[in-house]
Design a protein around this ligand. Structure first.
Ligand SMILES: Cc1ncc(COP(=O)(O)O)c(C=O)c1O
Length: 394
């Protein structure tokens, strides 16, 4: 039998499943007047002072390569940011600036995992985690995020998935697609499990500042852990998705290796964008507060509409997504998404794009104006009812 890790590059890439969100997105973009609720991208513009900082960096000649791990001034500011916002104590040498959180995750997994190793991944979870595993010949082993355990990782289940091949655990809080924010007690439990099992913890916290009730608990704040890697991003907090700036906080034992991997992958992050990131951190943080307040308003509006129309949803404590139960429609999430697009010109992400546990669910992005979200929820509830009635007994 051919092990996944023995497959050639062409086979691995052809077996890498395409993100199920892309299928709907591509179809939706080929149509007119679609209500786009499928994309996980802030609808706010990047604050002007951030763009201005990039323009002045360009005009003053900051247009050359930077060090692999990022410009020192930015890394210095990030030490302060993670101390103030995430309660993580680290020094500059532990920070690697990356091309978004996605690249931080990719170089981290490249550094810590060998082909054939296994990693525990959330199901449902962001599709790119799985895709990275395909590229690296790493085998994902999925743990469930289900209603039985408040959509949080269950340590007993994680224990049952362990084998000598499992080398790492990936967690994501606030979660895409669930919006679940892990509290301190759960995060401590997860760290204790990882420590006693000798696992790396890769923590994707790219929505760290988008929370509505309790703050996110950064696993890296719990002890000066030698096995925790955290990925953060400017994309969501500052509406900077296209700038491609993120960063990893890593233990000193691997920071040099991550920076080294950076060289053949991207060499360094776009230098003017790094100056924009410094400006983002130095500028008036009320812009961030304003965007988060607006997401919260939309979240509350969406929850009230879901309740009014009888839809079951997961209460999102962070990020900007609503995870909606459409099982009463008795059709697959993919068919539901296709039909919603066809009949209601509304694009959402099918739950199965995030893994098998997404069957019977869809994800609505709250990164759109409230009126559009309301229209979308109404359409979803109508289609659930219509299909449920017509498929009764199937
Ligand atoms: C869970 C999760 N991680 C990482 C990313 C990527 O963020 P970035 O733009 O920083 O690469 C996203 C983007 O949607 C995400 O949802």
């Amino acid at each position: 039998m051919t092990e996944k890790s023995d497959l050639g590059a062409t086979e691995r890439i052809s077996q890498m499943s395409r993100s199920g969100i892309r299928e709907i997105m591509d179809l939706a973009w080929s149509m007119e007047n679609v209500n786009h609720l499928e994309v996980g991208e802030p609808d706010f513009p990047t604050p002007k002072w951030i763009s201005d900082a990039a323009i002045s960096a360009i005009n003053s000649g900051e247009t050359k390569y930077s060090p692999n791990a990022g410009i020192n001034q930015l890394r210095g500011r990030l030490v302060e940011k993670v101390r103030a916002i995430n309660q993580i104590t680290c020094d500059e040498s532990q920070i690697v600036v990356s091309s978004g959180a996605v690249e931080a995750l990719f170089i981290a997994l490249t550094t810590i995992l060998n082909p054939g190793d296994q990693i525990l991944l959330p199901n449902p979870g962001w599709p790119n985690f799985r895709m990275m595993c395909s590229l690296l010949s790493v085998e994902p082993v999925f743990y469930s995020l289900s209603s039985e355990h408040n959509f949080e990782p269950d340590v007993n289940e994680l224990k049952g998935l362990l084998s000598s091949k499992v080398k790492a655990l990936l967690i994501n809080s606030p979660s895409n697609p669930l919006g679940v924010v892990l509290g301190k007690k759960k995060t401590e439990e997860i760290l204790s499990f990882a420590n006693s099992s000798g696992l790396w913890v890769v923590s994707d916290e790219c929505y760290d500042q988008i929370t509505y009730e309790a703050d996110n608990c950064s696993i890296g704040s719990l002890d000066a852990a030698s096995n925790v890697i955290t990925a953060f991003s400017f994309s969501k907090t500052y509406a900077m998705t296209g700038w491609r700036v993120g960063y990893a906080i890593v233990p000193n034992s691997i920071s040099g290796a991550l920076a080294k991997v950076q060289e053949p992958v991207i060499s360094c992050v776009n230098t003017p964008a790094q100056f924009a990131a410094i400006a983002a951190l130095d500028g008036d943080q009320n812009a961030v507060k304003g965007m988060v307040a607006e997401y919260k308003l939309r979240r509350d509006t969406a929850l009230a509409e879901a309740k009014r129309t009888g839809l079951q949803v997961v209460h999102p404590g962070g990020a900007f997504y609503l995870w909606v139960d459409i099982s009463k429609s008795r059709i697959s999430s993919r068919d539901f998404a296709l039909e919603l697009l066809d009949k209601y010109s509304t694009a959402i992400a099918p739950g199965t794009a995030f893994g098998s546990n997404g069957e019977g669910w869809i994800r609505i992005s709250l990164a759109s104006p409230a009126s559009k979200i309301l229209e979308g929820i109404k359409a979803v509830s109508e289609l659930v009812k219509y299909k449920g009635e017509n498929n009764a007994g199937n």
